[in-house]
Design a protein around this ligand. Structure first.
Ligand code: 5AD
Ligand code: SF4
Length: 443
């Protein structure tokens, strides 16, 4: 009988990717994925630590599985609870103390050792296992390779970060920057293309810091890697997240102009529009430098959609600093964005800074910023009304009889169409728009 595995993922796209790889790995041990935790023999929580709210939510959700586990024990069966990801990495001891019913806790660098941990758990029933090392063998080398079942796939090309922004836990939870080899990436992309992938999202915490040896043996960067992936038949669309502004080069700008498969979409977080705050965040660029990249990108690819992340209420952020963020947003204009209140993460330099901003001030600033951003997203989408565009149909929409696809600019489009056209790129006319979704009709 196959055993059932339920996975719940929190946080970033890297976590979504890692979860898929853990499912693949567990499949080799006879586990099948299920959508209902009640049926599961094993539950994996893949956690996120980037903001405080995320980790609190995990503790409360985990608590819900405790009675289920106890009930199973009474029946003489078991429910193995595994917690993975960045929360575990950051606070493994505190974590295991708070969640006594968790069997295995593993950090993002040790997923490939999960089968071995399961085996150890079976041998010594009562012992709980914690594994949060940064092993010398990168997990990329030992996890199963391709992991895609649809037309859109993620492919992690880089992990970790050496930037040490003063608010961020990633350099501590994900470790030092590590780039996979170009050969490996191209081979995996080819395999994905052969199994139906048309849309490829290259993933990394600092994706444009990717570096390695090209096929010619010379040093290579993201622009060359993307050019190599673009050669693969079947891959029609290429995107990459997340980019760091000062690692963004003219060659990367040029690839948006020169390689048609590179989609007109870029997620380039600025975080703040105030140079003073950028400096305190240890972001190594100025607002003027950011605006210059944007100007060059728009010259190279006028239809490019820009997306960004913002943090409001960073320590010492004054009204004046915040107004500069508002001003930056008005000047640049974004098609999409994510904005957050600053959240102090233990162990990061910013958590120890004086003049933390009061919660109510953060709330008010976030509301004002989000109102402006939503207005911009809506205006951006409204400009597509009545126009024709191409969408790749990726999955069934929630609404019966409708499919969901994405435009080259990464907008969601809902369209009434038969399931048989899933996986195809089709021309549509946009008939209705809103801040997050467009309605289309077949042309
Ligand atoms: N507080 C608030 N937002 C944060 N981010 C990262 N760390 C923090 C923090 N401590 C945001 C940044 C980053 C995104 C993934 O999460 O905007 O780009
Ligand atoms: Fe965190 Fe900064 Fe690295 Fe992004 S660039 S992962 S915000 S340290």
């Amino acid at each position: 009988m196959t055993k059932k595995l339920f996975v719940k993922t929190f946080g970033c796209q890297m976590n979504v990717y890692d979860s898929a790889r853990m499912v693949d790995l567990m499949r080799t041990l006879g586990f099948e994925e299920t959508n209902s935790p009640e049926d599961a023999d094993m539950i994996i929580f893949n956690t996120c630590h980037i903001r405080e709210k995320a980790s609190e939510k995990i503790f409360s959700e985990l608590g819900r599985f405790r009675p289920l586990k106890e009930e199973r024990r009474k029946q003489g069966r078991d429910l193995i609870l595994v917690v993975a990801g960045c929360v575990v990495q950051a606070e493994s001891e505190e974590f295991m103390n708070r969640a006594k019913f968790v069997d295995i806790a593993l950090g993002p660098q040790t997923y490939h050792r999960l089968p071995e941990m399961l085996c150890r758990l079976e041998q010594k029933r009562k012992q709980r296992i914690i594994d949060v090392e940064f092993p010398a063998v990168a997990k990329f080398d030992s996890l199963p390779q391709a992991c895609s079942n649809g037309v859109s796939s993620f492919l992690a090309i880089q992990e970790g970060c050496d930037r040490f922004c003063s608010y961020c836990v990633v350099p501590y939870t994900r470790g030092a920057e590590y780039s996979r080899s170009l050969k490996e990436i191209v081979a995996e992309a080819r395999q994905l293309a052969e199994t139906g992938t048309k849309d490829l999202m290259l993933l990394g915490q600092n994706v444009n810091a990717w570096h390695g040896e090209g096929l010619d043996g010379k040093p290579s960067d993201l622009s060359r890697l993307v050019a190599a992936v673009a050669e693969i038949d079947g891959i029609e669309r290429i995107r990459y997240v997340t980019s760091y502004p000062s690692d963004f080069t003219d060659d990367m700008i040029a690839m948006h102009r020169d390689i048609p498969k590179v989609m007109p979409y870029l997620h380039l977080p600025i975080q703040s529009g105030s140079d003073r705050i950028l400096k305190k965040m240890n972001r190594r660029y100025t607002r003027a430098e950011y605006e210059e990249i944007v100007a060059k990108l728009r010259a190279a690819r006028p239809d490019i959609a820009l997306s960004s992340d913002f943090i409001v209420g960073f320590p010492e952020e004054t009204d004046e600093d915040f107004e500069q963020t508002m001003d930056l947003v008005r000047r640049v204009t974004f098609a999409q964005s994510y904005s957050f209140k600053y959240s102090a993460r233990p162990g990061t330099p910013a958590a120890a800074m004086k003049n933390q901003v009061p919660e109510d001030v953060k709330t008010e600033r976030l509301e004002r910023l989000q109102a402006l951003l939503i207005e911009q997203h809506a205006a951006y989408n409204a400009a597509f009304l009545g126009k024709e565009t191409e969408i790749l149909l990726e999955e069934n929409a929630k609404k019966e009889g409708f499919l969901l696809g994405h435009t080259p600019q990464m907008q969601n489009v809902i369209i009434k169409a038969p399931e048989s056209v899933l996986g195809q790129i089709i021309r549509v006319r946009i008939i209705k728009t809103a801040a997050t979704t467009l309605d289309g009709e077949l042309v």
